[in-house]
Design a protein around this ligand. Structure first.
Ligand SMILES: Nc1nc2c(c(=O)[nH]1)N[C@H]1C(S)=C(S)[C@@H](COP(=O)(O)O)O[C@H]1N2
Ligand SMILES: [Mo]
Length: 406
């Protein structure tokens, strides 16, 4: 995508937010005129992303990593995918930011400033895997509409904040609570203030988990704007769409949250497997909860060239939603035989687990290395595409890299 086309569509408000300055005389800018600074926007510089990240869309911004960029144990901002459903919030004032707890099932609606949250509640840090439900969508056939993610819509950063359960307990939860829903400050693409780009949530059991955070830091710093500054809900192991960015409200609901993108085929898949392309009735669709078992070979880069007789050490990560991994295997013969890699324990629950193996090849030629993870319940990644669904979610097929031995 050309740089100019990113910019033509971004608004002045977004520019002001990103640059951190007011655009003086903005009301005098002629209609249709693109300010010079907007023409020169470099999304990589703006979001502090590595230039090898791949932009899938600029309105809204969507950017993914490549496998070899995700080699760090803890994902730094520069390699973290961006998935926005709407436009970035245009004005964020940290000092006046409030988190409201409301809903049918709150005992007493309550508001907290960021400093209330930071001073009244204990802080916790966890490394949490966030994978977009649509990661891997590009491979489905018939194709699924939406961002054509390949493998790079996953991250595992360290998030610091307070536990959602501590804040909910402070406000008081009624006995009939079943779900929480988030509301956030980003804007609908139509700029219609009565519409929300996304407002999803999780059942109380997930909301009350120890690792479910109201986070104000990522990797030891303020959360970058694109990832939800100044406050974000983080629900590790679940579709990352449940981790609301730019969070201003949590509603405690007495029913399944019915916010934007909770219904229809949004973040829902057929409860039972269907044939590719089949039309699925609404009542036969189920909300995606814990993400399936998956892994990624992050070193070497696909296409690596290795000298004959040399071994190569492969590295990667594996994750399985709410579960731990029991095994990571790799194959160099298209899945005919598998060897076991060394799999480390997770640093905390819901963090991805690192693996490595030393791989050798019998002779010169083209090879592929395939990785396959198994979770603690014995579920294995499929070697090829798993169950088709209308929106192309949950593709957890084995990751494969190409190797040339010369
Ligand atoms: N407020 C808000 N929160 C949001 C989104 C959004 O568009 N707006 N996108 C969701 C989706 S679909 C995903 S996959 C993750 C992406 O998080 P990231 O951009 O920090 O990687 O944020 C989720 N939280
Ligand atoms: Mo997502």
């Amino acid at each position: 995508m050309k740089r100019r086309s990113f910019v033509a569509k971004s608004g002045l408000g977004t520019l002001a937010t990103l640059l951190g300055v007011e655009i003086v005389y903005k009301e005098l800018i002629p209609k249709g005129y693109i300010p010079v600074a907007l023409q020169e926007i470099d999304p990589f510089a703006l979001f502090k992303k590595d230039e090898a990240m791949v932009v899938l869309n600029d309105k809204p911004w969507n950017m993914e990593a490549q496998a070899y960029l995700l080699n760090d144990r803890v994902t730094p901002n520069k390699y973290m995918f961006i998935r926005n459903n709407g436009l970035l919030p245009e004005k964020i004032e940290e000092s006046s930011w409030k988190l409201k707890i409301d809903g049918e099932s709150v005992v007493e609606p309550k508001s907290y400033s960021l400093s209330d949250l930071k001073t009244k509640f204990k802080h916790y840090s966890y490394q949490l895997t966030l994978e977009c439900g649509g990661n891997g969508r590009s491979e489905f056939n018939p194709p699924a509409k939406g961002n054509q993610w390949t493998i790079g819509a996953v991250s595992c950063a360290e998030w610091t904040g307070v536990r959602l359960k501590d804040v909910l307990a402070d406000a008081g939860i009624k006995d009939d609570a079943v779900y929480i829903g988030y509301h956030a400050a980003d804007m609908h693409l139509s700029r219609n203030p009565t519409k929300e780009p996304i407002s999803r949530g999780v059942p109380m059991s997930k909301a009350l988990q120890e690792e479910t955070l109201l986070a104000f830091s990522m990797n030891g710093e303020a959360i970058p704007l694109a990832h939800g500054f100044p406050l974000r809900l983080v629900c590790g192991g679940w579709p990352a769409s449940t981790s609301g960015k730019w969070l201003h409200t949590i509603s405690i609901r007495n029913k399944v949250h019915d916010g934007e993108k909770m219904q229809g085929s949004s973040y829902r898949v057929p409860c039972e497997t269907v044939a590719p392309g089949e039309i699925v009735a609404d009542e036969d669709m189920c909300i995606i909860e814990s993400m399936p078992v998956k892994s990624l070979i992050t070193y070497p880069k696909s296409g690596a060239i290795i000298n004959e007789g040399k071994t190569v050490r492969i590295n990667g990560h594996a994750w399985a939603g709410e579960l731990n991994l029991s095994k990571l295997e790799y194959s160099t013969d298209y899945g005919t035989s598998w060897k076991t890699a060394t799999l480390e324990k997770a640093i905390n629950r819901l963090a991805w687990q690192h693996f490595n193996a030393t791989v050798s090849f019998p002779k010169k030629g083209y090879y592929e290395i395939w990785a396959r993870a198994t979770d603690s319940k014995g579920n294995k990644q499929p070697m090829v595409l798993p169950g088709w669904n209308p929106k192309g979610y949950l593709n957890n097929a084995c990751h494969r890299i190409a190797i040339k031995v010369v």
